[in-house]
Design a binder for this molecule. Structure first.
Ligand code: F6P
Length: 343
């Protein structure tokens, strides 16, 4: 079988180990695998690596961040001409199946293509950890680790200057990154998009923490709702998502805390640092297992599937179920963490 493999959407650590897992196992099955450059854009423009991927290309990439195939946020369903180009190029290159590594958007395209008669298999990735039907996505663990390191450093300087520090983290409309960062860093308050911001509770907790230990640390998700924020003129990406980083949630929260408490407050954001660097061991293992299982799906012609982590097992699930609804943080889970903030 001739297979095209691509990575779309925001990159994250783990993409290379997943490509490696797919290629290594795919070669056992006798597949000829070609890298498609820059996600769906590669199929719109017909940019496909001429040489098939072999062991030599992928052997060493398990520890590399980013994606060897490059990525883009391209939505061919926005434009009928682009969609036609994707279908024409799949035919032209003679691909029997397309393996797409991506989040909600990239896999959403894979799901639609499957319904349009193209054989696709999806591998879930995103630092946001917001895909349904899988317990974790790779990229998340590595991003949280970056944030926890940053929080530990910020804590040192906050303590020295008796300040409040607000750390803004990514995660889009799901609070997983903020929640796990905040718990692991021992934050005094965590703000997530799923729970409306209670500024009074936040301020009270910051005052209590500062009075007790001389500083306070707040972790805020970039997707938190802000009062009176006009989203109308905000930039959106090809899939219509507002560029949340531009809202500067951390700065806003820091300003509010300083205004209401009189405590000197600073904001910091880890931004795209969260998406770079070597994948964590957890992400390397998860990504490798998903890549290997995706190769099995292709071999068995089990298309229209996304490979998913369910408990300790990796198994195929319907790709449209995985991309239909975002997996956000259950409010009950957040509330169960709240007692940590009430000291
Ligand atoms: O979806 C991953 C993510 O890192 C989000 O957490 C963030 O909002 C967005 O991508 C940033 O996108 P870009 O790389 O296009 O700035």
């Amino acid at each position: 079988m001739k297979i095209g493999i691509l990575t779309g959407g925001g990159d994250c650590p783990g993409l290379n180990p997943a490509i490696r897992g797919f290629v290594m196992r795919g070669l056992d099955y006798g597949f000829v695998i070609h890298g498609i450059r820059e996600g769906w854009k590669g199929l719109v423009q017909g940019i496909v690596e001429p040489e098939p991927l072999g062991v030599a290309r992928v052997e060493e990439i398990i520890r590399q961040g980013g994606t060897m195939l490059r990525s883009s946020r391209t939505n061919p369903y926005k434009d009928p001409a682009q969609l036609q180009a994707v279908k024409d190029n799949i035919r032209k290159f003679g691909f029997d199946a397309i393996v797409a590594l991506g989040g909600e958007d990239t896999l959403g395209v894979a799901s639609k293509l499957y319904k349009d008669g193209i054989s696709t298999v999806g591998i879930p990735k995103t630092m946001d950890n917001d895909l349904s039907e899988t317990d974790y996505t790779f990229g998340f663990d590595s991003a949280v680790q970056v944030n926890v390191d940053a929080a530990d450093r910020l804590r040192d300087t906050a303590q020295s200057h008796s300040r409040v520090i607000v750390l803004e983290v990514m995660g889009r409309h799901a609070g997983w990154v903020a929640l796990h960062t905040g718990i692991a860093a021992g934050a005094d308050f965590i703000l997530i998009p799923e729970v409306p911001m209670d500024v009074d509770a936040l301020v009270e907790q910051v005052k209590r923490a500062h009075a007790r230990k001389g500083y306070a640390l707040v972790v805020a998700s970039e997707g938190v709702e802000l009062p009176n924020l006009d989203e109308a003129d905000k930039k959106v990406d090809a899939f219509g998502h507002v560029i949340l980083g531009d809202r500067n949630v951390g700065e806003w929260v820091a300003g509010e805390i300083e205004k209401r408490t009189g405590l000197e407050t600073r904001a910091a954001a880890t931004g795209h640092i969260q998406r770079g660097g070597a994948p964590s061991a957890f992400d390397r293992v998860l990504a490798s297992r998903l890549g290997i299982r995706a190769a099995q799906c292709v071999y068995e012609k089990d298309f229209g599937k996304m490979v998913a982590l369910r408990g300790v097992n990796v198994e195929p699930v319907d790709i449209d179920k995985a991309t239909g609804v975002l997996r956000t943080v259950p409010v009950e889970l957040y509330k169960s963490i709240c007692p940590l903030f009430s000291k």
